[in-house]
Design a protein around this ligand. Structure first.
Ligand SMILES: [Zn+2]
Length: 272
């Protein structure tokens, strides 16, 4: 047996015996092998540097919608050309595998890239929003929160990108308010927009019989909610991460230290 199938054996066994909902939660780590840097990376060219966090706020949007949108579009450009890696593809296979056995499966991602969709995942919640969409900055507008948005491809951004200023700022076709990124800002709640489908995430946390975290740093709000629910219900929890998972001993997560794009295909093959 290869080193990876030995490492993945407990997860393979848990997946094979899971008759209820399998909940997979992915973070930035799964997209690193697709060339997208992690959110809290310390690399100089990380897509999201920690001091950039101040930009991703409602306050920043209200103060400087031009600067903020230009900043976001830079970051989105970095994810636009990425393609799914073997980790994304394995999770799409896992969903099919579960569907063939008529067993429930849900993928919740913290990533705003579209690599899971491109890989073929269908039962997917993008709890932090999506880089391929924008929305009206005015709450209550048909194209804004709490339920509206529009595809980025429907908005002419070229003039703005060439010369980002108030006069070229793309505006809502319904009400003329400035458009904003369709992502969760740091000072917003998961309930800010229906697309984040937070009630469904809470429901899944309460129902899952197995949770698998992939490439998440556990630094973001939604993971603590899921970990607490999992620990309370004593359901099996696993984490796949290339550098291992650092969690308090009170949280019973089995850490499988390996790159997701190497381990996940072995696990999914073994569970089938
Ligand atoms: Zn509007």
């Amino acid at each position: 047996m290869s080193r990876l199938s030995t490492l993945g054996r407990p997860l393979i066994d848990a997946l094979r015996s899971a008759q209820g909902l399998v909940l997979v939660v992915t973070g930035a780590g799964i997209s690193v092998a697709s060339g997208i840097k992690t959110f809290r990376g310390s690399e100089p060219d990380a897509v999201w540097r920690q001091n950039d966090v101040a930009n991703a706020t409602v306050a920043s949007f209200e103060r400087d919608p031009v600067g903020q949108l230009d900043w976001y579009l830079d970051r989105f450009a970095a994810v636009d050309d990425a393609v799914p890696n073997a980790g994304h593809l394995a999770l799409a296979d896992l969903e099919l595998q579960r569907a063939e056995r008529d067993l429930p499966y849900l993928l919740v991602t913290q990533n705003i890239d579209t690599l899971h969709e491109q890989a073929g995942s269908r039962n997917l919640i993008k709890v932090h929003g999506s880089a391929d969409r924008l929305r009206c900055g005015r709450y209550g507008c048909r194209l804004g929160a709490p339920s509206g948005s529009l595809s980025r491809s429907r908005v002419d951004l070229e003039t703005f990108r060439r010369s980002p200023e108030d006069a070229t700022l793309p505006r809502c076709p319904e009400c003329g308010s400035p458009l904003r990124a369709h992502v969760l800002f740091f000072d917003e709640y998961y309930t800010e927009h229906d697309d984040y489908r937070f009630p469904e995430v809470e429901q899944a946390a309460a129902e899952a019989v197995l949770m698998l975290f992939v490439g998440t740093s556990f630094a973001v709000g939604v993971t603590s909610l899921l970990l607490e629910a999992g620990a309370r219900r004593r359901q099996p929890m696993f984490s796949i991460d290339p550098v291992g998972t650092r969690l308090p001993a009170s949280i019973p997560v089995e850490s499988l230290t390996a790159p997701a794009e190497e381990l996940l295909p072995v696990v999914v093959l073994g569970a089938g």
